[in-house]
Ligand binder design. Structure first.
Ligand code: GDP
Ligand code: CA
Length: 316
C-alpha cells in the first residue's frame, strides 16, 4: 500500500497518475482539509473536490478547480439577488456541496461523505480527508490574520505572509481509515505530492500523530518538488517562500522538509541542484515533473513507484 499526501491541483495531478499505475488496494490518497470552509450555509472542501473530480475524470483542467462542462446559472441568480459572489460555485459542483452538507448535518463524518461522493462519481481508490475534525488554515500576514479563503480568493494571495496557524489541529485525530493504515504495518511507501508545503502539506502534518508516525516509519518517503525552475507552476508557494525568507527553489523545499523526505524527484530544469540536495543526505532523481496531461501524470507516477520500491529494497 502506498499512501499519498495531497493538496489540490499538484496533489490531484499526481494522484491521478498514481491511480493509473496502482490498483485500488495499493493506493490511499490523504487530502488536506485545512482549506475547508462554510459558505452560503454549505460545507465546501476545495482540495478534496479537486482530487475527487480529477480521479473521476470530471475536473476542469483549465481552472484546476471545479468540474468540466460546468454552467453558472446559480451564480447568476445569486448575484441578481444580492448574494455574496466572491467564491464561484458552478451548478454541477453545487450538487456535491449540498449533498455533503446534508449528510454532515444528518450525522455522517467527512470520511463517510467523501467515500460516498467518490464512489458515486466512479472513483475506485481510497480518498481520505486528513481528519474528520475541523482544522482551519489561518494565514498570518502583514494585514493581520486571515482565514485561508479570505487570503487565497478574496485577497488573491496579495498580503505578505508571516506564518500559518492550523486552528483546531490540536484536538483533531487522523481520519479513522488513515489511523488504521498507520497501525497496519502494511505501508510500503509514502508519496508527498507536489503540493504547497505551507498550506497543503503542513496542515496534514499538523494533525497529531502523523509527524510522529513518519518519524518512526519503516518505509521510504518520496516527494516531488512543487517548485520547478524557482517558480510555482500555480499558486503562491514560491511567493510564500520568498516572504518567509526561504530559498524558493527545489533545494529550498528539500531543506524545508529535512529528514522527513528520503528521496526527492526534481525536474530536469533543476538538475544543477542535485548535488546540493544530495549533500543534505537525501536521494535525488531527475526527470520531467510537469504533468501536462494524465499521460504525463502516469509516467511520473510510474517513475515514483519504482523509486519507492528501490529505496524500500535499500532499507532491507
Ligand atoms: P492547491 O491546493 O490547488 O493550491 O494545490 P496544491 O497545494 O496541491 O498544489 C500547488 C502546487 O502544485 C504549486 O506549488 C505548483 O507549483 C505545484 N504543481 C502544480 N502542477 C504541478 C506539476 O505538474 N508538477 C509539479 N512538479 N508541480 C506542480
Ligand atoms: Ca488548496
Amino acid at each position: 500500500m502506498i499512501v499519498a499526501l495531497a493538496g489540490g491541483v499538484g496533489g490531484a495531478r499526481l494522484a491521478v497518475g498514481l491511480a493509473a499505475v496502482l490498483r485500488p488496494a495499493q493506493l490511499s490518497v490523504v487530502v488536506n482539509t485545512g482549506d475547508d470552509f462554510e459558505h452560503l450555509g454549505l460545507h465546501v472542501s476545495p482540495d478534496l473536490d479537486t482530487v475527487m473530480y480529477t480521479l473521476a475524470g470530471v475536473n476542469n483542467p483549465e481552472t484546476g478547480w471545479g468540474r468540466r462542462d460546468e454552467s453558472w446559472q446559480f451564480m447568476t441568480a445569486l448575484k441578481e439577488l444580492g448574494g455574496s459572489d466572491w467564491f464561484n460555485l458552478g451548478d454541477r459542483d453545487l450538487a456535491v456541496h449540498v449533498l455533503r452538507t446534508e449528510a454532515l448535518r444528518a450525522g455522517s463524518t467527512l470520511s463517510e461523505v467523501t467515500a460516498m461522493l467518490a464512489r458515486r462519481l466512479g472513483v475506485r481508490h481510497a480518498l481520505l480527508p486528513m481528519s474528520d475534525a475541523p482544522v482551519r488554515t489561518r494565514v498570518i500576514t502583514a494585514k493581520g490574520e486571515l482565514a485561508f479563503q479570505d487570503y487565497f480568493v478574496r485577497e488573491r494571495c496579495r498580503p505578505r505572509v508571516q506564518g500559518f496557524r492550523f486552528a483546531g489541529s490540536r484536538a483533531a485525530r487522523p481520519a479513522p481509515a488513515l489511523q488504521a493504515l498507520m497501525q497496519s504495518g502494511r505501508i510500503s511507501g509514502l508519496v508527498l505530492c507536489p503540493s504547497n508545503p505551507f498550506v497543503s502539506v503542513a496542515p496534514i502534518l499538523a494533525v497529531p500523530g502523523i509527524r510522529a508516525w513518519l518519524r518512526r516509519r519503516d518505509f521510504p518517503v518520496v516527494a516531488v518538488s512543487p517548485i520547478v525552475g524557482g517558480a510555482a507552476l500555480k499558486g503562491p508557494a514560491a511567493k510564500m517562500m520568498r516572504e518567509l525568507k526561504l530559498d524558493a527553489s527545489a533545494a529550498g523545499i528539500a531543506r524545508h522538509y529535512g529528514g522527513l523526505v528520503d528521496g526527492w524527484v526534481i525536474d530536469h530544469a533543476d538538475a544543477k541542484l542535485q548535488t546540493t540536495i544530495e549533500k543534505m543526505g537525501r536521494g535525488v532523481l531527475v526527470t520531467d515533473t510537469i504533468m501536462r496531461s494524465p499521460a504525463y501524470s502516469a509516467r511520473l507516477a510510474a517513475t515514483l513507484v519504482a523509486y519507492v520500491r528501490r529505496l524500500a529494497a535499500e532499507r532491507r
